[in-house]
Every structure is written in structure tokens, then in C-alpha cells.
Design a protein around this ligand. Structure first.
Ligand SMILES: CC(C)(COP(=O)(O)OP(=O)(O)OC[C@H]1O[C@@H](n2cnc3c(N)ncnc32)[C@H](O)[C@@H]1O)[C@@H](O)C(=O)NCCC(=O)NCCS
Ligand SMILES: Nc1ncnc2c1ncn2[C@@H]1O[C@H](COP(=O)(O)OP(=O)(O)OP(=O)(O)O)[C@@H](O)[C@H]1O
Length: 198
């Protein structure tokens, strides 16, 4: 059994993923896979250097994420070009890991943290979709507090994603993370007790 875990940038997906793993869920994290597939020597990194230039690489040959982020979040066409390179590679690893866990740990809940689940139309891979929600204003405040971004940069990152209110409407399971961590924990505990699949 599996669930897709999504939400907007900085709404609390990693926070909720951690709570679910503490209950015994297996986690597959697509932001983590996105980092693995651009490690030095990976075909996606070569393709990125070819498309965006050697300037997006650091001295040691690894990806300069800050530089690439500044390019792709400032221009949707550049972002689409990056996604065309990297998303197929991420998806292939995701499918492989889901198949592995589903055959080796069929009784365990597999949670797949997919930031762009709705934007990329990945709904059909999951039995249920959990959305971690906070209002946009809280999302912006938490993003600014966590990452060193200007307000303009933060707004651009939010604008690169489907609005959080639209994700909220589509959710099978909604987690409200706008209040205390204790309240979020309470909701995860209830989900865990009551979860039914099949
Ligand atoms: C542009 C990159 C190098 C910037 O790296 P950086 O370390 O600053 O950010 P990080 O990877 O930790 O991403 C943080 C968050 O940004 C958001 N985000 C990342 N990529 C995108 C995108 N293409 N569109 C919209 N939001 C995105 C997600 O909410 C993600 O959780 C990186 O985000 C990247 O490789 N993006 C393309 C891959 C992708 O789409 N990843 C997200 C889903 S798997
Ligand atoms: N209930 C809460 N109250 C206050 N702060 C919180 C709460 N939940 C999470 N945070 C903080 O908000 C920030 C974003 O949370 P988190 O990193 O879990 O989001 P995310 O959705 O995984 O982000 P990203 O999309 O960038 O991967 C973090 O700094 C986290 O510590």
C-alpha cells in the first residue's frame, strides 16, 4: 500500500514525512532522488551542463544548485527545460523503488514525498494522496524563515507551483500544518489509526 504525500514548497511535507516514518512507514523522497540523479557522473548532470552552460557547475564539477535555481525560478521556459531533462530520470528511480518496497514489504505503508505530484499528473501511481496544507501567507513566511531568499525569489518559487488552495481541494487526506506541531502530530496519529486501503 502507498500514499503520495504532497503540498506546496515549505508547507511541511518533510515534517509530516518524518512523523509517518516514526510510525513505521517507508519513505521515498523525490527531492532526495532529484539530488541523486545530478551527482557527478550522472547523465542528467551532463545534459544540464550542455543546456545551461558550465557556469552552473562548481569548481569540483558538482551542480551549483543556487545558480541553477536562480535561472529556472526566474523564467518558466528555463524551468521547463530543466524539468524535461531531470523529471524522466527522477520518475524512473521512483518507480523502481516503489516496486521494490511493494514486493519486499507488502504490509508496510510506503509514503512517496512528491512536491509536484499534481503539477506533473502523477496521481495514478498512488492509492491515496495526502496534502499538507498551510495558507499561502504562512507558506511564504516559513519559506523566508527557512531559506535565505529575498521576498521576490520566494514569491517566484511559490508561483512556479499550483496554488495550495487548489491542492487542498484535490486532497484525499488533508493535513492542516498551519498550527502547532502537536496538532499536526495528532492528525497523523489519527490517520495512522484509521488508515484503510484496498
Ligand atoms: C532548481 C534546483 C537545482 C534548486 O535547488 P535547491 O537546492 O535550491 O532546491 P530543492 O531541490 O531543495 O527544492 C526545494 C523545493 O523547491 C520546489 N521546486 C523544485 N523544483 C521545482 C520545479 N521545477 N517547479 C516548481 N517547484 C520546484 C519544490 O517544492 C522543492 O521541494 C532544484 O530544485 C531542481 O533540481 N529542481 C528540478 C527538479 C524538480 O522538479 N524537483 C522537485 C520535484 S521532484
Ligand atoms: N507546524 C509548524 N509550525 C511551525 N513551523 C513549522 C511547522 N511545520 C513545519 N515548520 C517549519 O516550516 C518549514 C518548512 O517545513 P518543511 O521543510 O517540512 O516543508 P516542506 O514542504 O518539506 O518543504 P520543501 O517543499 O521545500 O521541501 C521548516 O523550517 C519547518 O521547520
Amino acid at each position: 500500500m502507498n500514499i503520495g504525500l504532497t503540498g506546496g514548497i515549505a508547507t511541511g511535507k518533510s515534517t509530516v514525512a518524518k512523523l509517518l516514518t516514526e510510525h513505521g512507514a517507508i519513505l521515498i523522497d523525490l527531492d532526495g532522488i532529484a539530488r541523486e540523479v545530478v551527482e557527478p557522473g550522472q547523465p542528467s548532470l551532463l545534459a544540464i551542463a550542455e543546456r545551461f552552460g558550465q557556469a552552473v557547475l562548481q569548481q569540483n564539477g558538482s551542480l551549483d544548485r543556487k545558480k541553477l535555481g536562480a535561472i529556472v525560478f526566474a523564467d518558466p521556459a528555463e524551468r521547463k527545460a530543466l524539468e524535461a531533462i531531470i523529471h524522466p530520470a527522477i520518475r524512473a528511480v521512483m518507480k523502481e523503488r516503489m516496486a521494490y518496497h511493494e514486493s519486499n514489504s507488502p504490509q508496510q505503508l510506503v509514503v512517496v514525498d512528491v512536491p509536484l505530484l499534481y503539477e506533473s499528473g502523477l496521481e495514478s501511481y498512488f492509492e491515496q494522496i495526502m496534502v499538507v496544507y498551510v495558507p499561502r501567507e504562512t507558506q511564504l513566511q516559513r519559506l523566508l524563515a527557512r531559506d535565505k531568499l529575498t521576498i521576490e525569489e520566494a514569491q517566484k518559487r511559490l508561483d512556479a507551483q499550483m496554488d495550495i488552495e487548489d491542492k487542498k481541494r484535490r486532497a484525499d487526506i488533508l493535513i492542516d500544518n498551519s498550527e502547532s506541531l502537536a496538532y499536526t502530530e495528532e492528525q497523523i496519529e489519527r490517520f495512522w489509526r484509521e488508515k484503510r486501503f484496498g
